[in-house]
Design a protein around this ligand. Structure first.
Ligand code: MN
Length: 230
């Protein structure tokens, strides 16, 4: 059901010019990888990266465009805005936004939170202190997110996120459910869909998890944490 608040928001958007014909270009596009396909070798192989980014992520983008690309109001919102107000969207598009929009948002962040092993940096002073408070320290956090990710049944994600009080949380989600659905801001997501690791690691999810923590971009996560908590 559409709430009055969303109706008002959508009316404002329409008044801002959204009533014009939809643009020829689809509203959602696949972001470029911020590094080469083989940049995460040997931990994550180039073929997995190519299929994961060029095929799987592209499919989420294409399906999200199919679902709402023709809607001149909804397609003006960012994918994060759509997920944050999922309950207020028209029922007919809710599932597509949750799954395809979730897939698009989750992967767009995922690529940025990874980088070559030599360039990962480390949490800054404030983030390190928060990791210490909540998890016992960065190393303990790394163990805990691996354990959480290992425990996801089937396809899903393990997340380091910020709740509305700006506290760090460790969560898991099924499918492509984003922390944005729960009013949280994701800082780091570990993708445990088999498409993220099966070519190199087959059924050995634990080995994939030991590898992926080697290519986490702490400099990026730290900057995001600073942006979201200042
Ligand atoms: Mn994935």
């Amino acid at each position: 059901m559409m709430t009055r608040r969303t109706m008002l928001e959508l009316t404002v958007l329409s008044a801002a010019g959204a009533v014009a014909a939809p643009a020829a270009d689809p509203p959602f596009t696949l972001p470029k990888l911020p590094y080469a396909l083989d940049a995460l070798e040997p931990y994550i192989d180039a073929q997995t990266m190519q299929i994961h980014h060029d095929k799987h992520h592209q499919a989420y983008v294409d399906n999200l465009n199919k679902a709402i690309g023709g809607d001149p109001v909804l397609s003006r919102l960012s994918v994060e805005e759509l997920l944050q107000r999922l309950d207020t969207l028209p029922a007919a598009v809710r599932l597509a936004v949750r799954n395809q929009g979730g897939g698009h948002a989750n992967h767009s962040l995922f690529w940025q939170t990874l980088c070559p092993a030599s360039k990962g940096g480390k949490p800054g002073v404030r983030l390190a202190a928060a990791l210490e408070r909540v998890f016992g320290g960065p190393n303990q956090f790394e163990e805990k997110i691996q354990a959480a990710a290992l425990g996801v049944f089937g396809s899903g994600w393990a997340w380091l996120a910020l709740d509305q009080a700006k506290n760090l949380t460790l969560d898991t989600s099924p499918n492509q459910d984003s922390p944005l659905l729960a009013g949280k801001q994701p800082l780091l997501g570990i993708d445990v869909w088999e498409h993220a690791y099966y070519l190199k690691y087959q059924n050995r999810r634990a080995d994939y998890l030991k590898a992926i923590v080697k290519v986490v971009n702490w400099d990026f996560i730290n900057a995001r944490y600073e942006d979201l908590t200042r």
